[in-house]
Design a binder for this molecule. Structure first.
Ligand SMILES: *Cc1c(COP(=O)(O)O)cnc(C)c1O
Length: 356
């Protein structure tokens, strides 16, 4: 990585150039799509991806209330209305039945989030989109190379990815949009670069969303080891699931049949009626020097600026509310060793045994 970045610095071409192009080509190959467009971050990917649909003013997007705030920020920034549909607790993704019930006359788009590295039920969501004439945009920020029936996240609709520092593949800051539609791809390439199709020929109102070659140089050396790193995450999740099986009051995450999980996060639910609560478990882990995280502690509709935005319809989302109250993510990244996992497992087990 250091040598790639250094050679960009020495080349004198540090803005968008050949390395960004190479990253786009390689990711397109990985995903098996015709076009990948790199942008400055995942939020920009979502905004541009939504704008590229050219939806009429007042169009509504159905999405999850249990996600990173960027998902909803992007919808509102793209000038769209938002309606929340509940998630399923087995995959933390948009529940197709809830989404079907949420569709209104204004709905034009479904925006499922492939949370923690496992896809939502893409077959059913794609069917719903087709039957109700809706576009499908996927927030695959946490799910690069997650698959449903062998087909990668982000290739069922317009795919939006993040290469932020904490994601499975990173450029520090970065984003990607994937599509098989050549016109949409051309629009996105123009949009990210001031609407320019050739020097001083501006065809649409654009923006500056360009990724730099410096960022691409950080991501490129990770590509040959990407599958290996996902395999390490998968191994760690297996060890955690084996070690934590049977702990009463703890619901473990799993890989659903037919899906391929890339384990961006390993997220347990600490049952509210169980012997200890989430905060007690997090404290017990912290005491042993083990980091854990709450992604995400609140439904997006609880934040006043979202709740009170006239364009947002909250709906009833009890599963999402339950997840927000009880989720806790344990370390699963490739640098976590087998010894670390033993330590995590014994710490969790004794926290549940030493209940007050
Ligand atoms: C990281 C993330 C984003 C936003 O990506 P940035 O690169 O941080 O802008 C959007 N949605 C989800 C679910 C994410 O995890």
């Amino acid at each position: 990585m250091e040598s790639e970045v250094l050679s960009v610095l020495r080349s004198g071409q540090i803005a968008q150039g050949t390395r960004v192009a190479s990253l786009e080509t390689q990711i397109a190959e990985m995903l098996g799509v015709d076009h990948v467009i790199a942008v400055g971050n995942g939020t920009a990917a979502l905004i541009a991806g939504l704008r590229s649909l050219g939806l009429p003013a007042g169009s509504e997007v159905i999405t999850s209330p249990f996600t990173f705030v960027a998902t909803v920020n992007a919808c509102l920034s793209a000038g769209l209305k938002v309606r929340f549909a509940d998630i399923g607790l087995s995959d933390f993704g948009m529940d197709p039945d809830a989404a079907a019930k949420a569709v209104t006359d204004d709905t034009r788009c479904l925006l499922p989030v492939h949370l923690y590295g496992q896809t939502a039920d893409l077959a059913q969501l794609a069917d719903l989109a087709a039957s109700r004439d809706l576009r499908l945009v996927e927030d695959a920020a946490q799910a690069l190379m997650a698959r449903f029936d062998g087909r990668p996240a982000g290739t069922w609709g317009t795919g939006c990815f993040s290469l932020y520092a904490t994601k499975n593949l990173t450029s520090g800051e970065g984003g990607l949009i994937s599509t098989n539609d050549p016109d949409q791809a051309a629009w996105l390439r123009a949009f990210r670069n001031q609407g320019m199709v050739e020097r001083y020929v501006y065809e649409i109102l654009g923006d500056n969303l360009r990724m730099t070659d410096l960022q691409a140089a950080v991501a490129l050396p990770q590509l040959p080891v990407y599958d290996e790193r996902v395999a390490a995450r998968r191994r760690n999740s297996d060890l955690l699931r084996d070690g934590l099986a049977g702990v009463e009051g703890l619901t473990l995450p799993g890989e659903i049949d037919g899906r391929f999980h890339v384990w961006h996060q390993f997220t347990v639910l600490v049952d509210e009626t169980g012997p200890i609560d989430r905060e007690m478990l997090a404290a017990a882990l912290a005491e042993q020097g083990i980091g854990s995280g709450v992604y995400y502690p609140r439904l997006l509709g609880e934040y006043p600026h979202i709740r009170d935005d006239g364009r947002v319809a909250l709906g009833e989302t009890p599963n999402a509310a339950h997840a927000a109250r009880s989720c806790l993510s344990l370390p699963v990244h490739p640098k976590v060793t087998e010894n670390d996992i033993e330590h995590i497992v014994s710490t969790v087990r004794s926290a549940f045994e030493q209940k007050p």
